[in-house]
Design a protein around this ligand. Structure first.
Ligand code: BGC
Length: 339
């Protein structure tokens, strides 16, 4: 036999086997869902994953979860692995909204639909975007602070934004700007320090807070911080300076640690995003897409490539006064854990 054929035959057999393995899961009754997460380090994403997997499995699907540990290269590898394992649909929480264009392209070329979960993926052909009203999150945080600043003098604030690589971080800032900019312009509020916390890491927020205190001393009334994880880092720095409880600090996600800080008075508020609703919606949508059902959405959002069919769920302010009636009543946190 021709030696080239001898070499090529097993290769062709391998390719055929791989194709078979890839399509082995492509059953509409039991879809295989790939879930690619940026990280599982923050409590919120553990809730998202648990609720998503529970709902997907109740619908007959199997979920393979990957977590990229805030690393773009790893998330691209994760998505390629999900493609190779024959995922019927891939749901992605992007670490970096601009870094996954090629990975999404590869999925689409393999005929796999892609759902962007919570964070938008830019400049590529995603099928659906499911999130919360992120601009409203920022508006509620800033309004909460603005309403509580001293009225007889200029209120001095520090602003800590999230990861600059996360499109949501920009939307939270945009919402905060909507409320704060007019007050800054009219001289009622002064921003004494501001920075972005890379990768949403608490230690980066702590460093920013230390730098703000080094520059301004203790003359800070409030900190508009975009999420609970980084609020934890900021508050650690405030504790070390004897300022915790004296400075109004915002957050987002209603994480257990943040709810406890709110009860103790070191954090003023958080934003509750009913993650179960989003995760459930996403699981149903993922299964429906595989089963060929059309997902109806009333809104779209331009991601630079197309107007992506989108869903924006509502959010709520949580502070000491309504914690029981919101996160506890909803079963998101347990009353006994908050003591
Ligand atoms: C999410 C927030 C979260 C943050 C850090 C954002 O994209 O919308 O809920 O706190 O990432 O993980």
């Amino acid at each position: 036999m021709n030696p080239t054929l001898l070499f090529i035959r097993p290769l062709l057999a391998l390719i055929a086997f791989t194709a078979l393995a890839a399509s082995a899961h492509a059953s509409k009754d039991h879809p295989l869902i790939g879930l690619s997460l940026d990280t599982l380090k923050e409590e919120r994403w553990q809730h998202d994953r648990d609720d998503f997997v529970a709902k997907a499995e109740s619908l007959g699907a199997k979920v393979i979860t990957q977590s990229a540990n805030s690393d773009d290269t790893r998330q691209t590898t994760d998505i390629n692995a999900l493609i190779n394992r024959g995922a019927d649909v891939i749901v992605i929480v992007a670490h970096n909204g601009e870094a996954l264009t090629r990975a999404v392209k590869a999925a689409k070329q393999a005929g796999i639909p892609v759902i962007a979960y919570d964070r938008l993926i830019l400049n590529c052909d995603i099928d659906l975007y499911l999130t919360f009203d992120n601009v409203k999150v920022g508006e509620l945080q800033a309004r909460y602070v603005a309403d509580r600043l001293p009225k007889d003098r200029v209120g001095k604030i520090v602003r800590i934004y999230g990861a600059p690589t996360d499109n949501n971080a920009r939307l939270f800032k945009q919402g905060q700007d909507n409320v704060l900019n007019p007050l800054i312009k009219s001289g009622k509020i002064q921003v004494v320090f501001e920075d972005w916390a890379l990768d949403w890491k608490p230690e980066n927020a702590k460093k920013i807070t230390n730098a703000a205190i080094t520059k301004n001393g203790h003359d800070i009334d409030a900190m508009v911080v975009s999420a609970d994880g980084i609020a934890g880092g900021a508050i650690q720095a405030l504790i070390e300076e004897g300022l915790a409880g004296k400075v109004i600090v915002t957050g987002q996600d209603a994480e257990l640690a943040a709810c406890r800080r709110i009860i103790r008075g070191t954090q003023a508020m958080t934003i509750y995003k009913p993650l179960k609703n989003l995760a459930t919606y996403a699981a149903v949508a993922a299964v429906d897409i595989v089963r060929g059902k059309k997902i109806e959405t009333t809104q779209t959002l331009d991601n630079g490539f197309k107007k992506v069919p989108s869903v924006f769920q509502d959010v709520l302010i949580v502070d000491k006064d309504n914690m029981q009636a919101t996160v506890v009543a909803d079963g998101f946190q347990k009353a006994e854990d908050l003591k």
